[in-house]
Write a protein that binds this ligand. Sequence first.
Ligand code: VG1
Ligand code: CO
Length: 541
Amino acid sequence: MRFDTIPTRPIDGQKPGTSGLRKTTQVFKQPGFLENFIQSIWDGIDGAAGKTFVVGGDGRHFNAEAIQTVVRMAAASSAARVIIGQNGLLSTPAASNLIRKRGADGGIILSASHNPGGPDGDFGVKYNIANGGPAPEAVSTAIYAATQVISEYKIAPTNDIDLSQIGETSLGQTAVEVIDPIADYAALMADLFDFTAIRDMFTTGFTLRFDAMHAVTGPYAKAILEDQLGAQPGSVVNGTPSEDFGKGHPDPNPIWAKALVDVMMGEDAPDFGAASDGDGDRNMIMGRGIYVTPSDSLAALAANATCVPAYAGGLSGVARSMPTSAAVDRVASALGIQSHETPTGWKFFGNLMDADHVTLCGEESAGTGSNHIREKDGLWAVLFWLNILAHRKSSVAKIMQDHWETYGRNYYSRHDYEGVEVEAANGLMAMLRAQLPKLAGQTFGGLVVTKSDEFSYDDPVDGSHTSGQGIRIFFEGGARCVFRLSGTGTVGATLRVYLERLDTEVLGLDAQEALSSVIQAANEVAEIMTRTGRSAPDVIS
Ligand code: VG1
Ligand code: CO
């Protein structure tokens, strides 16, 4: 096939260790920018020739154009096949499933996840490997190395392919297949969960509100929850993917999904509420009058896993990211199964699942998943909860109350300070790092520090070592705060402060109230107000 070889230059894009590149849409739309990064991916994985890739995105502005570019570049580099979701749509979990099911060599997911979209929003490219999971450190380092030496990219100057038509065409040696983005994923969900029990629950009048936040899960949720399981039509709201997510911020937390929170806390609340993020890998879970923190949700899923057909035989183990609360550890120890603590980011769970050390894993940022794929999965978490509710014939509030009575309650909250000056944020972290050796024994907010460290991780499967993953400060009585800088923002720095306190007696407090001394301790030890110039966090989740 004829292709053009276009000179380009190194662009300092993806940082080593991150599983994708996230920039403003404007940056991505610069001539040659996306091409430069896609070529770097091909170069970082020893070329695209003869390989099969799954390609799709969350429908944000520039999604369709970017897919055309990826296809032209796959063809110019003699890929064997590209499998694309119809209209360019694939949720991250659906892409992970397709990579595995079709035996693809990898996948390119076009999304900046929970970051806002549109011409003035953000865009992103993630590369996933053959197990369906985010590129591990070794692969992202190779891609980064390629971005540093790139001098040209290859692209086939062909017409656009029709993304709206399911079917197969070819571009030179490359088969281009447009598929139904929902069917395989829906079939997988039907395999895992007791759809009959959930359907029966809806028949008896159970009500649900699923807020797709104008992002990619809308069509999936309508097909599965409304069409297959019988939730009332209209249960899925904001269900049509839009280029700029209805000018919203598709991050399923109590701030950005406030409309859902208001309904769930109101008089006519349905039995169950949930929301999902831009690319469909995260979830927010609510019951009538209750918000379930993601850390608690993970623990509840682990504790109730045998209600679900796919996990009826029990779990091999569980994993959580370090900043996630220890609630799931308490369940693991009661069940006598292993529990792992990994750095933030889903890529660390892949090895543990491939080696069958863990079945379930999750993060405090509302990502929960299992070994059914190698990504976190928003709609899966919703179906898991529905399956538990159908099986236990109980409410979300009752299930959480029982859970806390059995395991104690890990009060938990995350405070985010967004768009902080990079220097101020780095200075705060450096100051804490310098203090680490002398914190033990000191008192902050009335709490005595027992130990502190900077988290690092040795992968038990491949032996790799990852350091600098967040500063942890532990206090007497089992409280903890953690400080880390976000790796997914595109403007300034985001300081994340993770706050936790275990209580086995008093279970019904408001989280911020229960955590007030830990919040004060965190503010004092990190001098948050003076160093960031902020008097309060931008987002509390
Ligand atoms: C955030 C979350 C992290 C998550 C990551 C990617 O990262 O805190 O838990 O894995 O987003 O999620 P950070 O570095 O901003 O804290 V997604 O939905 O963008 O795949
Ligand atoms: Co996401």
